[in-house]
Design a protein around this ligand. Structure first.
Ligand code: ZN
Length: 446
């Protein structure tokens, strides 16, 4: 009897009308434990590039990493396949589940690179299948099997650098689709008690809770934080007003900005690739229909439009105060180019590095009586309304106006942050070393 290691990646089992791949992972935690498998990590919830055009919802893939006795390997695979088959929304067009069974203890470098590319850019099913073959891994695809891409990407992202945790609590199936019932006051209290080690619990601007999703999926609520202990503690402080069927602590790349890749030049920007880029504001912000704000930045290689949409709230309000000449770093996803719009960055953050002086030109003061002069028309000089003097040789004077904004980082409002966006609360909390201690005692139920 030999102990073996396997990484089981899953993706694309849900649809806009039901399901959630994290729920299938939560079911598998219970089932695989029942079979005698040992978990070598919390289930990993890996958010992939949020800007790919064909994603279902949050674009989250899952990986379960286990050690097990060789003789239950077939049983494990059967259990995973039948659970996906039973719970995936297979009738939904565009839901193409995939499973990857990866049986190497150490993740090969090439699979890690594949995962990074799936998080920051675009990868193909062909690339995934090639890697699976090379490393003698197995994959099961349903329908078009696109989920194999995310499944393998989840396997390859072992979260060796910055990562966070999320405890997810699930509803009983009878309640799917109905309004979620959780005591709101307990959530505000939990946020206060666990800050700054949990994040994105509440939107303080609007005074709203944001741990409960909307929609028909099985999640009742999710709490994100820095350690398994803190999300567990936070979970215990929240009072659900409906039954919780099960809960699991996940380890994840949420809240880490893992999707953003720095580009050196604006000419390197590619559609669908989230990025960080630096440039000088080259067109003043304008407000376009539906209250979105658009401005442009340039560098020596090119120019790109940047859009802060209405739901980005505080970020939009900040963006509209930028002026030509400001130097800024922009963070965001690149939208599909269309005929009228070349490349546009959908902003998630702006870091204002340098402010341009804001200058206005005013009429000069009357040298005789001190009253501000009136213009007699372009290049025609000025006259004084008070003393009647006329001056043809005076010019307008430069006046420097105080800017309403300052240097520094500005992030989209909490309610419009993407799963991957690193919120303010996490700055300075980044983890740079792999976690080596074992799992906490109770990280799932049942
Ligand atoms: Zn005068």
């Amino acid at each position: 009897m030999t102990m073996k290691t396997m990484h089981v990646g899953l993706d694309d089992t849900d649809s806009t009308r039901r399901g959630c791949t994290t729920y299938i992972a939560a079911l598998l935690v219970e089932k695989l434990q029942g079979l005698g498998a040992e978990f070598i990590d919390y289930p990993n919830l890996i958010r992939l590039n949020p800007n790919v055009p064909w994603k279902t919802r949050g674009n989250g893939a899952l990986c379960i990493r286990i050690k097990y006795n060789e003789n239950i390997e077939e049983k494990i695979k059967e259990t995973v396949i039948s659970t996906v088959e039973e719970h995936a929304d297979l009738e939904f067009r565009g839901t193409d589940p995939g499973i990857a069974f990866f049986k190497k203890a150490k993740i090969p470098r090439e699979v890690e690179v594949f995962a990074k590319n799936a998080i920051t850019g675009i990868v193909s099913l062909k690339d995934a299948l090639k890697l699976l073959k090379k490393f003698k891994a197995e994959a099961v695809g349903f329908k078009k099997g696109r989920g194999i891409i995310g499944g393998l990407a989840a396997v390859g992202e072992a979260l060796q650098n910055d990562h966070t945790y999320e405890v997810l609590a699930y509803r009983v199936p009878e309640n799917y689709g109905s309004k979620r019932r959780v005591d709101e006051a307990s959530i505000f209290e939990m946020d206060k008690a666990t800050a700054p080690y949990t994040f994105n619990n509440v939107d303080l601007e609007k005074g709203r809770i944001i741990i409960t999703p909307r929609g028909p999926d099985p999640i009742l609520f999710g709490i994100r934080g820095e350690t398994p202990e803190i999300v567990k503690k936070a979970f215990e402080m929240v009072k659900p007003l409906e039954p919780v069927e099960r809960w699991v602590v996940f380890r994840t790349n949420q809240g880490t900005d893992a999707h953003l890749k720095r580009v050196e030049k604006l000419s390197q920007i590619k559609p669908y690739h989230p990025l960080v880029a630096k440039g000088i504001v080259s067109a003043n912000p304008k407000i376009i229909p539906r209250r979105h704000v658009v401005f442009s930045i340039r560098d020596e290689s090119g120019q790109v439009d940047c859009a802060a949409y209405e739901p980005t709230g505080v970020l939009r309000n900040f963006a509209r105060k930028l002026i030509i000449g400001d130097c800024a770093e922009v963070y965001g996803g690149v939208r599909r180019p269309s005929q009228n719009n070349p490349l546009t960055i959908n902003l998630e953050k702006i870091r204002l590095l340098r402010l341009a002086p804001k200058i206005v030109y005013r009429n000069p003061i009357c040298p005789k009586c001190g009253k501000r002069l009136k213009s007699m028309g372009r290049n025609k000089g000025f006259r004084c309304e008070k003393c009647g003097s006329r001056y043809t040789n005076l010019r307008k004077v430069e006046v420097k106006i105080k800017r309403e904004i300052g240097r520094g980082l500005h992030i989209t409002s909490t309610r419009s942050q993407r799963h991957l966006t690193k919120p303010f609360r996490r700055y300075g909390m980044e983890k740079h070393r792999i976690m080596t201690k074992g799992l906490i005692e109770d990280w799932h139920f049942p």
